[in-house]
Design a binder for this molecule. Structure first.
Ligand SMILES: Cc1cc2nc3c(=O)[nH]c(=O)nc-3n(C[C@H](O)[C@H](O)[C@H](O)COP(=O)(O)O)c2cc1C
Length: 336
């Protein structure tokens, strides 16, 4: 039996209540989107990744990522950055601003702009730096559990998840989220469930399995690796109700009937309006509406109609017309 720290036990307790987490998604997991997801999940949700360098400068463009909504608990704040020297101060800024349930460090992002700075998945190539980064962040976390989010390794030839998980444990992290792909694999191919199972069987701290969970089958595939919890990204983006569906033992396709879907779309616009400045909320809402309406009859022309609307009134009218023209047709995003 592994001896866990109090913070890890707190983390495990949180997992026991809600074993499904919503992933950090840059450009998506905003306060208003999280508020939508919270209609269907009481589990941990994350902010978009926040730059540690921006945090220590308290730049307004960075601090905006720490904005929360009125029901934002439990919230994980995800940090990214490669310089260990910046982490303790960055964590202090986070803790002075919000009350997170978890602080997480991004070590998996494959985006070029992030990799170029040595952050995200680039960190997987420097285990010594990972050790320093975790140590520095941990020194400022106090009572807040620290986790890291990694991939299997940089590429097939340098798979090092077990080594990184060991470092995380030794430096006092409370959990590791493992996306079952290498950086080189991007989002392609199939998640390596066998490696996630291997990680779990060796790890001395909780492992959260991540990658490709979109329905009961993929959820069960991930659970069969033995992980302590799961994290869902793109499945949440397309179907924020996925958490409730899976908890009910059902696939998210067809889970919401048309009237609930319509209601949700108008709720999203409401939340976006409360959160965004000026009329920008309309563009953001359109993006979510198009995702959520994938699979509805005539989805492609519907998408064009959504984007053609120039103001809220036009969008409302178009949606009302559309929804009154269809009744209780199942929602199946895979039928696009
Ligand atoms: C649009 C988008 C934005 C993402 N942003 C982040 C991020 O800010 N931090 C992070 O650790 N991972 C980020 N990811 C990766 C996801 O958190 C997740 O690890 C990945 O999508 C695999 O899980 P999934 O198959 O459930 O989507 C992002 C992925 C997508 C598609």
């Amino acid at each position: 039996m592994t001896e866990h720290s109090t913070l890890t036990n707190n983390y495990l307790e949180m997992l026991k209540n809600q074993p499904m987490f919503g992933a950090p998604l840059a450009g998506v997991s905003t306060p208003s989107f999280r508020k939508v997801v919270r209609l269907f999940s009481g589990g941990l949700l994350f902010t978009e990744m926040v730059s540690v360098e921006g945090l220590i400068r308290k730049g307004s463009g960075t601090m905006v990522f720490l904005r929360t909504n009125d029901c934002d608990m439990p919230l994980g704040v995800q940090l990214f950055g490669s310089r260990h020297e910046s982490y303790a101060d960055a964590v202090k800024v986070v803790l002075d601003t919000v009350t997170p349930a978890v602080i997480d460090i991004n070590m998996g992002c494959p985006v070029k702009k992030v990799i170029k700075t040595g952050s995200g998945a680039a960190m997987l190539r420097d285990e010594e730096n990972i050790e320093k980064v975790i140590r520095a962040a941990k020194s400022a976390c106090g009572d807040v559990p620290l986790s890291i989010k990694i991939r299997l390794g940089w590429d097939e030839a340098s798979i090092n998840y077990n080594e990184i998980i060991r470092i995380a444990y030794e430096e006092g992290a409370s959990a590791v989220t493992l996306h079952g792909r290498t950086k080189a694999e991007g989002f392609g191919g199939i998640v390596h469930y066998e490696m996630i199972a291997d990680a779990k069987s060796r790890a001395k701290l909780p492992i959260i399995g991540n990658g490709d969970i979109v329905d009961m089958e993929t959820y069960n595939n991930m659970l069969s690796t033995g992980v302590d919890g799961v994290m869902i990204g793109r499945g949440m983006m397309r179907q924020p109700w996925i958490f409730q569906a899976l908890a009910d033992g059902k696939d998210p396709d067809n889970y919401l009937d048309i009237s609930r879907l319509k209601e949700l779309i108008f709720t999203i616009m409401e939340y976006e309006m409360q959160n965004a400045r000026g009329n920008r909320y309309l563009d953001v809402s359109k993006k979510y509406i198009v995702w959520l309406m994938k699979g509805l009859p005539a989805a492609a022309s519907l998408r064009n109609s959504v984007y053609e609307c120039r103001d809220r009134q036009q969008l409302d009218d178009m949606l009302e017309n559309y929804f009154s023209s269809i009744k209780d047709i199942p929602t199946d995003p895979s039928s696009e």
